[in-house]
Write a new protein. Sequence first.
Length: 95
Amino acid sequence: MDSRYDVIGYRAGDFMLKICPMNESYHICVTSHNEVLFRSREDYYRGFNCYALALLKNGSVSLSDSLMSNHAHFIFYSSNYKEVVKCFRLAYSMY
């Protein structure tokens, strides 16, 4: 098997997601510069959910995440990191 490809399966009931190829990992920092991104517990939940949905939508896998009041760090495998960031920012900005 080519080392550039990882097949990762998640099983939840009858739902199975297979993700490949995963040949690049990315560390992304999302910041608000002069504003607070996450003001309440609900904001953190919403931010994490937006990140999870952006990953799912783009067939990517999270390795680590850290959400703080004024910025967030995301480390993930993806073949299209720009779309993951775009989906996250769009979904969270519409909150």
